[in-house]
Design a protein around this ligand. Structure first.
Ligand code: 5RP
Length: 235
């Protein structure tokens, strides 16, 4: 196992300690979140009773393969806890997510959860969000208009940068689980993430963006010197 994998596993193991019998769980997407699913599966095999709502087809496939019982948000009355990774987090526990392309389902699931626990390593901690290109999920109709509106919204906040459609391994625009495209915005330093989140959400062709504001209740950071846990004071 690489050092990076070991840290991801450690963060996932720390999150697993917050899981109790009977919980309804949101299951995140990405390499760190997949460690959580693997460790959760071991506990399920040992008798833990939980149900999970996956945030992507990839996570659903992994959970099914490992025997983690799944459900949908239509069949439960909200979730107790979501455990997911992130591409960046700042001092206020605001996040950039969507590096794996699952931001839309991830945000729906996180927003329907009493708590969202983010599992990360030190490399994801930033002073300013934005070094990781911000994923923006857009409908496939009228993207010229949507991109113009994104540029205008960004300019209103003194932000500029390239907007690039995410591509798949065949050189086609990457299609999300919901049938949309993703634009990666290189804003570099987002000094007003809440304002940018609101401005992007107001654009008709934007389905969702990867700024997760006031959603994470806890961030667990695995580092070489141990595991750190930061809780949002108000939650
Ligand atoms: O937001 C995500 C997927 O849409 C992931 O949680 C994020 O990209 C982090 O992934 P990883 O744990 O592989 O670094």
């Amino acid at each position: 196992m690489t050092t990076a994998d070991a840290l991801k596993r450690e963060a996932a193991a720390a999150a697993l300690e917050m899981v109790a019998n009977g919980m309804r769980l949101g299951l995140g997407t990405g390499s760190t979140a997949s460690w959580f699913v693997r460790l959760l599966a071991e506990r399920v095999a040992a008798g833990l009773e939980v149900v999970g709502v996956p945030t992507s087809e990839a996570t659903a496939a992994l959970a099914r393969e490992l025997g983690v019982p799944l459900t949908t948000l239509d069949d439960v009355d909200g979730l107790d806890l979501t455990v997911d990774g992130a591409d960046e987090f700042d001092g206020e526990l605001n996040l950039v997510k969507g590096g794996g392309g699952a931001l839309l389902r991830e945000k729906i699931v996180a927003a329907d959860s009493a708590r969202m626990v983010v599992i990360t390593d030190e490399s994801k901690r930033v002073e300013w969000l934005g070094a990781f290109p911000l994923p923006i999920e857009v409908v496939t109709f009228g993207t010229g208009a949507t991109l113009r509106a994104i540029r205008a919204a960004a300019a209103g906040l003194d932000l500029s940068g390239s907007l690039a459609f995410r591509m798949d391994s065949n050189g086609n625009r990457r299609v999300t689980d919901q049938g949309n495209w993703i634009v990666d915005a290189s804003f570099r330093q987002i000094s007003a993430p809440k304002a940018l989140a609101s401005a992007l959400s107001a654009i008709p062709g934007v389905v969702e963006h990867g700024l997760f504001i006031d959603l994470a209740s806890t961030v667990i950071i695995a580092g070489r010197t141990g595991v750190e846990r930061i809780d949002r004071p108000s939650l």
